[in-house]
Design a protein around this ligand. Structure first.
Ligand SMILES: [Zn+2]
Length: 265
């Protein structure tokens, strides 16, 4: 094979790998940001659950203090009722006592509601805490992974850059310039040609004479349509031939085993 052609094929492999690695490195910070956003979400959920608990606690204390107030009123009314002179006054005080008692009942119902809600809130908080703990651990693990991946990618990039430089230094300038132009324009600069006699990148069919020239792999030939540098890849050996070969080889090997014959005699 033409040495420049081989180097350009290798260069294409290296350039494609470099592009893929650079894309991966560029995507990693975004991945880390997504992990952070998820963690912030579970933190916010836990904080909301905690705030709900706190609000309930404040409300419960307020209701308890209101009950105390009503109880004090009741005992005051009872004291007064001992000193009243008329039935009307007595009835009025009794009415006040009943009203205060019904207020206490309402407040006690409210406290009961809060207590029932508290159980659900406690469960929600427990779940939020567990989710946050799991997300924090996953967050650290994924960030470590992202960091390690970046380091590995950077290392590979450095190695590939060295290989790339070496390859480029020994290719004829004209061929290299053509390669660079097409790579920039089309994202790839070389294209294999198979038995179908077409450029595998743009699918255009080559003229028979061009195809013949390409099969030798001895010159730099470009696709007349997409300008990529063409190289011929011979077809792999047919499966039938392979099977025929291995089919013949096997019994021959078994026949040569003398141990079995000796054992039979
Ligand atoms: Zn083409």
């Amino acid at each position: 094979m033409n040495s420049d052609l081989q180097k350009l094929i290798d260069l294409q492999v290296v350039d494609a790998r470099i592009a893929a690695l650079k894309a991966e490195v560029a995507a990693l910070p975004q991945q880390v940001a997504q992990i952070e956003a998820k963690l912030a979400g579970s933190k916010a959920q836990l904080e909301a659950a905690q705030a709900g608990m706190k609000a309930d606690e404040i409300a419960r204390r307020k209701h308890e203090s209101d009950i105390k107030d009503q109880q004090e009123k009741i005992s005051k009314y009872r004291d007064q009722s001992l000193k009243v002179k008329t039935n009307d006054e007595y009835r009025a005080l009794n009415h006040e006592i009943q009203f205060a008692e019904s207020e206490i009942q309402k407040l006690e119902d409210k406290i009961l509601e809060i207590m029932v809600a508290t159980d659900a809130r406690k469960e929600a908080m427990k779940q939020a805490e567990a989710a946050l703990k799991a997300d924090t651990a996953a967050n650290e693990k994924e960030k470590d992974h992202a960091r390690a991946q970046t380091a590995e990618d950077e290392k590979q990039l450095a190695e590939l850059s060295a290989t790339r430089k070496e390859l480029r230094s020994s290719v004829a300038e004209e061929a290299l310039n053509h390669y660079d132009r097409v790579l920039k324009l089309r994202g790839s600069a070389t294209a294999p040609v198979h038995e179908d006699e077409s450029c595998s990148a743009c699918r255009v069919r080559l003229r028979p004479q061009v195809f013949q020239e390409v099969t030798s792999n001895e010159q730099i030939i470009t696709c007349f349509y997409c300008n990529r540098i063409l190289y011929y890849v011979p077809p792999p050996p047919k499966a039938e031939e392979e099977a025929a070969k291995s089919g013949k080889a096997k019994p021959a090997k078994e026949e040569s085993v003398e141990g079995d014959e000796a054992a039979a005699q």
